[in-house]
Design a binder for this molecule. Sequence first.
Ligand SMILES: Cc1cc2nc3c(=O)[nH]c(=O)nc-3n(C[C@H](O)[C@H](O)[C@H](O)COP(=O)(O)OP(=O)(O)OC[C@H]3O[C@@H](n4cnc5c(N)ncnc54)[C@H](O)[C@@H]3O)c2cc1C
Length: 454
Amino acid sequence: MSQSAQKIAIVGAGLTGPLLALELVRRGFAVEIYERRADMRRLRISAGRSINLALSRRGIHALKQADLWEEIQKIIIPMKGRIMHSADSQLTFQPYGKNDSEVINSISRADLNIALMNAAESNGVKIHFRQRCTGINLKDGTLHLYDEVSNQNSASEARVVIGCDGSASAIRSEMLKLNRFNFSQQYLDYGYKELTIPAGPDGKHVLETNGLHIWPRGNYMLIALPNVDGTFGCILFLPFEGPDSFAQLTTHHAVYEFFRLRFPDALEVMPNLQENFFANPVGAMVTIKCSPWHFSGQSLLLGDASHAIVPFFGQGINCGFEDCTILLELLDRHGAGWEKVFATFEAARKDNTDAIADMAVENFVEMRDRVADPGFLLRKKLELALQARYPDLFVPKYAMVTFHRVPYSTALQRGQIQDRMLTELGADLERVDDLDWSKADRLLHSQLTPLELS
Ligand SMILES: Cc1cc2nc3c(=O)[nH]c(=O)nc-3n(C[C@H](O)[C@H](O)[C@H](O)COP(=O)(O)OP(=O)(O)OC[C@H]3O[C@@H](n4cnc5c(N)ncnc54)[C@H](O)[C@@H]3O)c2cc1C
């Protein structure tokens, strides 16, 4: 069967769905997307434009491959580092990388989604909105759909179905019914709430623009990322229960007092705090691991549907876009022999997506607690000093994950080795200038091999 005769159905027009669809249509397939939401370009949906994501190397690479980066670059704000706000409103800056080219980029989730859908449609992808997938016959690829407008059920057939339907995937639910399908989900005891810092009267940002603001407070935190319209999208991460938790914040007064005591400088720039707080839901955060991701060369899970991760490394969509890169490379190499492509894809990705899932959970502690610790700041300086002297031997874990396309599993393994080295080299150290370089040299050369950076 020629590629153009093959229909591929993608479930989900979130972030990965339209990017993958666009690339498949360019390769000659007929691609249709089924999305349960209404078209956000015609109808402003829920959180609107203020909620943003951090886009980094892996995501950018996939957008470049799709010839979209030039356009997307116009709607990002580079963030050079973390700007920490202490409880008494003191600010400290911690760069993300070794220079100004090592930045992460804030982008509105809605604007990115719209740019991807526009590009997919203008290349010939058909997106069907308000079509909820209610199930799939995994044996023949028939999708069961429910039209949210007419309340009618229908069915659609495709040679291949790809589930890009996010962490609560309907396609995965069907796979769960298969024999020997492995599945685990782990919720955090923390929830999140999206809030906004409006633009100043001149339409400009009221806090420093080119940074990711963090108010770390031990076991919880507030973060803020800049938007191009002068606002900041904020996320409050708090335990669901206990002292200083969402369970305590049930009245306007309680929310005001909590911010006055814990985040006083944020409160000053959040005139609509209480209104915002009670308008938005509390979200849950989950890590999902499963396998196999595919069935019989007929269906595949991709993005959050196969590996939902918690947001603390800012890698969810970077990882999902990297899935697209790897799948397309395999398709180009093997042709549309789907069973082989899907099996090779999962074999190439699974260890890596498991690794970023674990690193994302670990990074929560770093962001909410350790970033404020002077010992941690010294460790960061030590990392940069080692990297400057041994650029292809010692690359900080954050840099391997964020600024390079080093496989996540390699970043995890090397990161663990490097962590032990930093503990050993940093013991009793008060200034980086006092580092024992001959010991560092011995440790690095005995435990690490040069890293191929891409
Ligand atoms: C608070 C928070 C902050 C985050 N910050 C970052 C960040 O800074 N950087 C980063 O890289 N990642 C971040 N992420 C993760 C990122 O949002 C996800 O990894 C990414 O959206 C996953 O893309 P996806 O296409 O797999 O799924 P989604 O973007 O979730 O898209 C799934 C789509 O499928 C549709 N759908 C679902 N079920 C059905 C159905 N039954 N029928 C039809 N359609 C359906 C949905 O409506 C949706 O449009 C964050 C996540 C959260 C929760």
